[in-house]
Design a protein around this ligand. Structure first.
Ligand code: PEP
Ligand code: MN
Length: 264
């Protein structure tokens, strides 16, 4: 397989407009679950920039469990993300949910996110493979590591080698946490594949109190970066408030991660 370490023994470094993912550096992608308004996004961007991350995240198209939940600002949300990039210099990573919006999202984003629910949407994987954009491929809600790597293979097979994996927890019998964050996947992927892997402890736990310890553990386990949900006012968030860090806790997490990364 193209994504296997057997095929390509050197660890790959993915370059997103000058920001590298993989190798010695640690990348942080942070921001709200969803783009909710211009004010909310610009405020989030400033919080993220001030704490020292490289990417702003935020969904304009949201894969919500219920059709009655907030579905995202769509094209307007993409415009706000581009404005936040212009103001802060942060790279933008945002989800694309279907083939018909790949071109639109690719016009605004620096990196396209394939969400957990679409990890085996094979036609979408092919389409983002042809987009020429770096891809963040989240692990499916119940995907094995083998299925996840095959999903990455679909993208790379279209000629796009700029793929970063993201462990975001899997469905198990445990329901104290929203998902079970599989940090062992970091070690497994490092052995099996040359692709960089980051960890999302926000979706991985669903609980903001658990984000800091799991982020630290992910770095210690060898992850190439983190995806963290942060909101100016988590209690008022339109999605994923319970797992979102407030600005103070986010800045403190970033300080801790920086201290830990000295040992890498
Ligand atoms: C997200 O990153 O906001 C998201 C929906 O994540 P996942 O696809 O991992 O559930
Ligand atoms: Mn979310």
């Amino acid at each position: 397989k193209l994504v296997s370490r057997e095929f390509h023994p050197e660890s790959s470094i993915v370059n997103v407009g000058g920001v590298t993912i993989g190798g010695k550096s640690l990348v942080v992608m942070a921001g709200p679950c969803a783009v909710e308004s211009r004010e909310q996004l610009l405020e989030s961007a400033e919080i993220v920039r001030a704490a020292g991350a490289q990417f702003l995240r935020g969904g304009a198209f949201k894969p919500r469990t219920s059709p009655y939940s907030f579905q995202g600002l769509e094209a307007k949300g993409l415009e706000y993300l581009a404005e936040a990039r212009a103001k802060t210099g942060l790279k933008i990573v945002t989800e694309v949910m279907d083939i018909s919006s790949v071109d639109l999202v690719a016009q605004y984003a620096d990196m396209l996110q394939i969400g957990a629910r679409n990890m085996q949407n094979f036609q979408l994987l092919r389409a983002v493979g042809r987009s020429g954009k770096p891809i963040l491929l989240k692990r499916g809600i119940a995907a094995t590591i083998d299925e996840w790597l095959h999903a990455a293979e679909y993208i790379v097979n279209e000629g796009n080698s700029q793929v970063v994996l993201c462990e975001r927890g899997i469905r198990t019998y445990e329901n104290y946490t929203r998902n079970t964050l599989d940090l062992s996947a970091v070690a497994a992927i490092k052995h099996l594949s040359h692709l960089p892997i980051i960890v999302d402890p926000s979706h991985g736990t669903g609980r903001w109190r658990m984000v800091r310890p799991m982020a630290m553990a992910a770095v210690a386990a060898g992850a190439d970066g983190l995806m963290i949900e942060v909101h100016p006012d988590p209690a008022a968030a339109l999605s994923d408030g319970p797992q979102s860090l407030n600005p103070v806790n986010y800045a403190s997490l970033m300080a801790d991660v920086r201290e830990l990364s000295v040992f890498l």
